[in-house]
Ligand binder design. Structure first.
Ligand code: A2P
Length: 296
């Protein structure tokens, strides 16, 4: 893995251009082994969250890796359900203590709404939470702050009311799900985009068109997916508990030609198994807007 590839956040902090995701990796030996293996394979950017329940094992693997703390970039996230100033400070302290690493590099609001209220407007609460995020940042206990799963209106609410802008927005990003408008908005506002689920949580692995592209480059389908995200200027956060996969995913040392990138761009909305979920999500959002408007 190219250890030197970094992006600069808007506050000048360096963030490794590829990270290792730990969503759905259970705490204990599985998370410990996966993170240890990722570090051995060259990953220097580990992404966790309070809600993943694995901060303790992630922290332990980092501490026992023998790599100096400042060479590893660690992200954690405020649970989506936490929407008050006080609870934000408390939850950060819990993450800090579970990880046991002295400080967190990047701390994100996990989502604009609690998971069981997706699509609802929590702007007022997020503005309050962001005040606590700014306090945490100013205290020096984390080096950068940001958000995750925020869409443009959620970001506008923060940008209009903050004294420190979010430095990152981490979103679901893979071939066929590129959220171009949102990415463009983030870039215009100097917000770096991180992409979780670059393999569509496994749903893309059987895609014949992406498999044909992998064959053309004499590589694997997961590597095409990861490389695609990298070439879009977004931080891929692939996850795996399989040591061979972790090693393979860390060795993405080829270039996809511009014409092939355009072809992969054109697959937007056509990846089997994803189209329906996107349509369902859009219908749900429309219904929520409709009911919140007429319910007022
Ligand atoms: P596994 O843990 O067995 O490797 P995403 O990063 O989009 O969330 O996708 C994660 C899923 O993709 C997991 O099910 C993981 O399974 C699988 N995966 C990750 N890397 C590879 C790989 N190189 N080959 C096959 N499957 C992979």
């Amino acid at each position: 893995m190219n250890d030197n590839a970094v992006f600069l956040l808007s506050n000048g902090v360096k963030i490794p251009a590829t990270g290792f995701g730990t969503w759905q990796i259970p705490d204990g030996k599985i998370a410990f082994d996966a993170v240890s293996q990722a570090l051995q394979c060259g990953y220097r950017h580990i992404d966790t969250a309070r809600n993943y329940g694995n901060e303790q094992s992630v922290g332990k693997a980092i501490k026992e890796s023998g790599i100096i703390r400042s060479d590893i970039f660690v992200t954690s996230k405020l649970p989506a359900e936490v929407k008050t100033y006080k609870e934000t400070l408390e939850s950060f302290d819990k993450s800090l203590s579970s990880l046991g690493l002295g400080y967190i590099d990047l701390y994100l609001i996990h989502a604009p709404w609690p998971w069981n209220r997706q699509g609802y407007d929590y702007s007022r609460e997020n503005i309050e939470v962001w005040k606590a995020m700014e306090e945490i940042y100013k205290s020096g206990r984390c080096r950068a702050i940001g958000v995750s799963n925020f869409e443009i209106p959620d970001l506008v609410a923060i940008l209009d009311n903050c004294s420190i802008q979010p430095m990152v927005n981490q979103i679901r990003y893979f071939i066929g799900n590129t959220q171009n408008g949102l990415v463009h908005f983030c870039r215009q506002n100097n917000i770096l985009v991180g992409g979780y689920s670059p393999l569509a949580t496994g749903a893309i692995l059987a895609n014949k068109k992406v498999a044909a592209m992998a064959e053309k480059y004499d590589t694997t389908l997961p590597k095409i997916c990861i490389r695609y995200v990298m070439q879009k200027g977004i931080i891929p956060l692939p996850k795996s508990t399989n040591p061979t996969h972790i090693k393979q995913n860390a060795e993405v040392d080829f270039e996809i030609a511009a014409s092939d990138m355009e072809y992969l761009d054109s697959l937007s909305g056509t990846i089997k198994g994803l189209r329906l979920s996107n349509i369902k999500r859009k219908i749900k959002k429309r219904l929520i807007s409709f009911y919140s408007y007429f319910g007022k």
